[in-house]
Design a protein around this ligand. Sequence first.
Ligand SMILES: C[S@@+](CC[C@H](N)C(=O)[O-])C[C@H]1O[C@@H](n2cnc3c(N)ncnc32)[C@H](O)[C@@H]1O
Length: 393
Amino acid sequence: MKPPAPNTRFWFVLGRESLIAAAEIDAVLGLKKYDYSTQILKAEISCEPKKIINRLGGTIKIARELAENIKEKDLEKIIVDELKTVSGKINFGISFYNITNITLKEIKIIGLQIKKFLKTEGYSVRYVENKEEALSSVTVEKNNLTGRGREFLIQKNPDNTFSVAQTEAVQPFEQFSARDFGRPGRDDLSGMLPPKLAIIMINLAQTPLNSILLDPFCGSGTILSEALLLEYKNLIGSDISEKAVADTKVNIDWIATKFKRELPSHKIFKSEATELSKNIHANSIDAIVTEPYLGKPLRGQETKQELASQAKQLKNLYLQAFQQFNQILKPKGKVVFIIPRFKFANEWITIDCKNEIEKIGFVALPFFEDQLRLVYSRPNQKVAREIWRFVKR
Ligand SMILES: C[S@@+](CC[C@H](N)C(=O)[O-])C[C@H]1O[C@@H](n2cnc3c(N)ncnc32)[C@H](O)[C@@H]1O
C-alpha cells in the first residue's frame, strides 16, 4: 500500500484582526502544527481553498506553498517554472509580505525581469503591477490571477532566505459588500455586525450544520443571515424590538432569494432576552451566537462614572441572559458572546463577567493559543468588542 500523500502546506493571509482570523481557522480546520506571524498563518492541512475561503470570515487569501527557505537567486526560477505551465497568454503578479524596506520600484524590476525572460523564450506575458507591496484581493480577482493567471506570495525569513506560495483563492469581497450594504432591513442606530465578524463568531461556536442555533439579540439578523449562507438548517432569532424582528425576517428572505439558497427552518419572534425560557423549551438549543445590546451609542463626552454605570447595567443584563441560556441550552451547548469595552481617555473600561458566568453553570473555552477573549476593535472607535466562548457544563 502507498503511504498517504503528505498534506500540502497552505498559507492563509489573514485580515486586519489576524489573531481572530487565526482562531477561526483553528476552529474550522483544526491546527496541529502551524507557523503564525501576524499576517500569515502557515499549516499543513488538507483543504480545498476555493471552498474553504467561502466558509471563513477572517481570511483574505489562501495560497499553496511552492518552496521554502530558498535563496534569492532561486526565487525567479521557481516562479518562471510555474508560469511555463500556464497555457496561452500568461498573466501574473507578485505580492510581498513581511518584507520591510522593499520599494514598489524594486518589485517592478523583479516582475519585469521575469516577464522579459519569458518573452525571450517566446511566451506571451502580462505583468500586473503593484500599487502596494501586496496585490489586493480585488486586483487578484479582476485579473483572474487564481484562474488562468498566477499570483505569487513571497516572504523573507529571519535567516534571509525566502519562501514562496501561489494563491489559490481570494475572499469573495463583492458578495460581502452586497450583503453589508444591500440588505433591506437596516438599523444604523443599534449598529450592525460586519458580516465577516458574524461568520467568524458562528465558526468559533464549532457546532454542526444541523444544530439549532439561536441569536437572542438578533437585531437586523446578520448572524442568522450568515448562518443561512453557511448552510445551517435550524435558526431561531429573538429581540426585544418589534422592528428588529421585522428586519430580521425581511433580511433572511432577501439573503435566501439573492444568493439562491433554500430557506432553512427558522423562527423569529419578539422576546426579552431575560425571559427566553418562557418562549423556548429547556435543554433544546445547541448553540447561541450573539452580539447583545452594547449600551447607548457613545458621544465621546461621557464621564468615567457614566461609562462605569453603563458597564454595570450591561453586566446585569448579560448575567440575567446567561441564567436563561443555562436553562434553554442542551448540556455542552456553546455560547459565543460579545462583551463590549469602553474607551475613556487612554484606558479601557471593561466588563468582567467570567467568574459569575462560570458560577451560573458555564466554563470559558479559550481560543487559539489559549486566549480567553479575542478583541475586535477599529482605530479611534470608542467601543471595542471582546469575543468570549462558553460551554454549558
Ligand atoms: C447590537 S444590536 C445587535 C445587532 C445585530 N448583531 C445585527 O447585526 O443586526 C443589539 C440588539 O439587542 C436588542 N435588545 C436590547 N435589549 C434587549 C433585551 N433586553 N432583550 C432582547 N433584545 C434586546 C436591541 O433591540 C438590538 O436589536
